[in-house]
Every structure is written in C-alpha cells, then in structure tokens.
Ligand binder design. Structure first.
Ligand code: GTP
Ligand code: MG
Length: 168
C-alpha cells in the first residue's frame, strides 16, 4: 500500500441493534446468536486495503444501554466516521438512532461522516422501519441495510466510510 491512514470509527445505537455483531463480522467474519450486551465500550483494531491505500481502523463499539449514554462523547469525539445502527424490526431502535444523529449534529465534530445502518435485514418479514432511507437522504447520511448474520453489506458499510475518510 502506498498510503496508510488511521481512522477512528465509532458505532452507536440502541441496545440489541447489533453493533457488536457487525464489528465481530467485520473483524473475525463470525456471528454469535447469543451475543452478550456490551458493558461500557469495546475496542477493536482492523486494517483494510482498498486499491493502493490501507486504513487502520480504530473501532469503538459502544454500549447501547441508556446507563452508558454519558460515556458516548468520549468515543465519538474526533471520530472520522460514526455508524449509527438500528434494528429494522424495531421502531424504537430507529427512534433512538435519530436521537444519535441529532446529538452528533449538535455535539459531534462536523468532520465526522455519519452512516445509518439498518441491521437485521435478513429478517425481512419482520420489518417495522421503512422511512430510514428517506430520513438518511434528508439528513445527508450514508445509508445501508446490513445483516451481521448473513454478512450482507456489512463490509461495504465499513468500506464506504473508508472511501469517504480517504477523501478528507
Ligand atoms: P449492546 O451491546 O447492548 O448495545 O447491543 P448491540 O447493539 O451490540 O447488539 P448485539 O450485537 O449484542 O446483538 C443483539 C442480538 O441481535 C444478538 O442476539 C445477535 O445475535 C442479534 N443480531 C445482531 N445482528 C443481527 C443480524 O444481522 N440478524 C439477526 N437475525 N440477528 C442479529
Ligand atoms: Mg454490543
């Protein structure tokens, strides 16, 4: 690789949306049916190469439970990208995702790229959220439906952020 970069990436979203599962799929290509709820936050590092560039991602997988909310600014401060995850089968998780978007718009850094990920797209017949793409468009967010379970789009959701981060 001719170029190498570091990029801090943070995952935010409701408890149970699948943040840890997406990270586990990304870094180890694994899925765990009974993934434990994250306490505080978990850190992962992963290097990706695209074309002649490589990016070392420093990934903060935050805890979605409300009691950890006050910790979040430590993890999104200075982030190149934030992936805000909701569960397409859970309307409350989408409402929570919108709150994260608003918080980042107000308190986050303007240079942080925001992506909205509608996870659990493998369980389409239980879909409850359909307005997310429109919301993402209206708010200038990248948007993608993902499945940590089947691996659908999860790599591209990280890579999209890498491409954007490299353009900075
Ligand atoms: P917190 O750590 O509490 O904030 O939750 P989280 O967002 O990290 O969710 P987690 O990755 O722990 O996933 C919650 C549950 O959803 C687990 O039982 C996962 O197996 C399941 N899950 C995660 N992603 C998917 C997916 O894409 N499809 C399906 N069917 N289940 C998923
Ligand atoms: Mg977790």
């Amino acid at each position: 690789a001719n170029r190498s970069n570091n990029a801090k990436l943070v995952l935010l979203g409701d408890a149970g949306a699948g943040k840890s599962s997406l990270v586990l799929r990304f870094v180890k290509n694994q899925f765990i049916e009974f993934q434990e709820s994250t306490i505080g936050a978990a850190f992962f590092s992963q290097t990706l190469s695209v074309d002649d560039a490589s990016v070392k991602f420093d990934i903060w997988d935050t805890a979605g439970q409300e009691r950890y909310h006050s910790l979040a600014p430590m993890y999104y401060r200075g982030a190149a990208a934030a992936i805000i995850v909701y569960d397409i089968t859970n309307q409350a998780s989408f409402d929570r995702a919108k709150k994260w978007v608003q918080e980042l718009l107000v308190q986050g850094s303007p240079s942080t790229i925001m992506a909205l990920a509608g996870n659990k797209a493998d369980i389409l017949d239980a879909r409850r959220v359909s307005e997310a793409q429109r919301y993402a468009l209206d708010n200038g967010l990248l948007f993608m439906e993902t499945s940590a379970k089947t691996a659908m789009n999860q790599r591209s959701s990280f890579k999209a952020n890498q491409h954007k981060a490299l353009q900075e």
